[in-house]
Design a protein around this ligand. Structure first.
Ligand SMILES: [Ca+2]
Ligand SMILES: [Ca+2]
Ligand SMILES: [Ca+2]
Length: 243
């Protein structure tokens, strides 16, 4: 009789432990998303990163209001207004742990493949370019421009040119680089400039400081330093974000 009681007590203890474990696990699965990012530099040169993003952080960013823009401004003022707001989004503190984690993984990937500094920047560019290009018209039709916080772009695994430029700037700033947003004259495309001597391709000079920024086309397929042909000779508005 005693044995049976002990047996029952043990059994209920096991059930309790299992139930609480199960609850703990399901709660854990429900609070974050684990996302894999396969990407390649060439067909023989494949990479894969994994990030875990807390759902609460994603919801928090998603609920934040997007910037509004003033009227009756010159084109120069409009460009500055857009890029100043994007720079706040790029430099938000709420994603520091995630961006740091991503940078650690990218640095490890670069080190294990013995990449030069130039190739490391190319690795970051290819990672950002591998995200799906989605237009604001399709994903956020109630906004003319919907700039995404870096965490949103990572979670949704896509965005348009300002979203990928914002994400790439956050990564490169965390790596210690000086970067500038680069908005082309027609306001129809943007990318990122990096103060790193790529030595070939397209670059633009920020006149106030004389710093040359080499171009990174974050939403296209161009390699480090190169802009799509239709923008290669086009004037652009520059907005340094760091340094
Ligand atoms: Ca940040
Ligand atoms: Ca847009
Ligand atoms: Ca966007």
């Amino acid at each position: 009789m005693v044995t049976k009681k002990v047996y029952l007590a043990l059994l209920s203890l096991v059930v309790l432990v299992l139930a609480s474990l199960g609850w703990g696990l399901s709660a854990r699965f429900a609070t974050s998303a684990t996302i894999h990012y396969p990407f390649e530099i060439a067909s023989q040169d494949k990479h894969n990163l994994t990030l875990t993003i807390p759902l609460r952080d994603y919801r928090d960013y998603k609920e934040r209001p997007r910037p509004t823009y003033g009227n009756n401004l010159t084109r120069n003022e409009i460009a500055n207004q857009f890029l100043a707001k994007y720079s706040y989004i790029a430099d938000d503190r709420g994603d520091d742990a995630l961006i740091n984690n991503l940078v650690v993984k990218l640095e490890e990937e670069a080190a294990s493949h013995k990449l030069s500094e130039l190739r490391k920047i190319e690795l970051v560019l290819r990672f950002v370019q591998s995200l799906t290009y989605t237009t604001d018209n399709a994903t956020t039709p109630s906004y003319d421009e919907y700039p995404r916080y870096p965490l949103e772009t990572l979670f949704e695994q896509g965005g348009d040119c300002e979203d990928s430029s914002i994400l790439m700037s956050a990564i490169l700033m965390e790596m210690g680089y000086e970067v500038a947003f680069l908005l082309f004259e027609g306001f129809d495309h943007m990318g990122l400039g990096i103060n790193f001597p790529v030595g070939y391709g397209n670059s633009w000079i920020y006149e106030a400081t004389g710093i040359r920024y080499w171009y990174l086309d974050t939403s296209g397929k161009k390699s480090i330093g190169w802009a799509p042909e239709q923008y290669a000779e086009t004037p652009a508005y520059l907005f340094p974000i760091s340094g």
